[in-house]
Design a protein around this ligand. Structure first.
Ligand code: CTP
Ligand code: MG
Length: 160
């Protein structure tokens, strides 16, 4: 039991800069969309109004700061940047599939930022297998729980 709790805590702390980076835009996002309203040939937005410059940069800055406070500046910056980059890729794919901004796509919504964060982090560090497995299980659960709370607190219009 105790080793399992230790693993969960380690996974949580490892991914924290990415998780915070992903959550910050919900609180401080808004303003100009990253795609500047651009529509692609398919008639759909490149990314949509849910991806803003302010959300993107504030997420990277705050997420990186968390990493710096944790004493792992380089990894924190990669995790934060990777999270926001992965989130953009997720929205790009959602728009291409014709999914409206803010509509739910299971797995993509929970994993886009996580995969982005892990890929960029892999430049300097790949977690060992048990830790990686824990991260891949815990982070989406954390994402679902925090989004539900944000919805209940009226910070988000939808619980995902
Ligand atoms: N947000 C932002 N800028 C970003 C990412 C997120 O401003 N780069 C803000 C937006 O207000 C967005 C909210 O955080 O509505 C929640 O983010 P997310 O769920 O990723 O966006 P959705 O609105 O659901 O849009 P999409 O369908 O593209 O995922
Ligand atoms: Mg969403």
């Amino acid at each position: 039991m105790v080793p399992l709790i230790g693993l969960i805590v380690t996974a949580f702390l490892w991914i924290l800069p990415a998780a915070i980076a992903n959550g910050v835009p919900v609180l401080v996002g808004g303003g100009k969309p990253i795609d500047f309203g651009k529509t692609m040939k398919d008639g759909k937005r490149l990314l949509g109004d849910g991806k803003t410059l302010r959300g993107f940069f504030s997420g990277i800055v705050i997420g990186s700061l968390v990493g710096i406070v944790q004493g792992r500046a380089e990894l924190g910056i990669l995790l934060a940047f990777g999270a926001l980059a992965g989130d953009l890729v997720g929205s790009f794919l959602k728009r291409r599939a014709g999914t409206e901004r803010g509509h739910r796509v299971w797995a993509l919504d929970q994993y886009d930022f996580l995969i982005g964060a892990l890929l960029f982090a892999a430049i300097i560090e790949i977690p060992e297998l048990t830790l990686l497995a824990a991260i891949l299980i815990i982070t989406p659960l954390l994402h679902i729980a925090t989004n539900y709370c944000a919805y209940k607190l009226k910070l988000k219009k939808v619980p995902w």
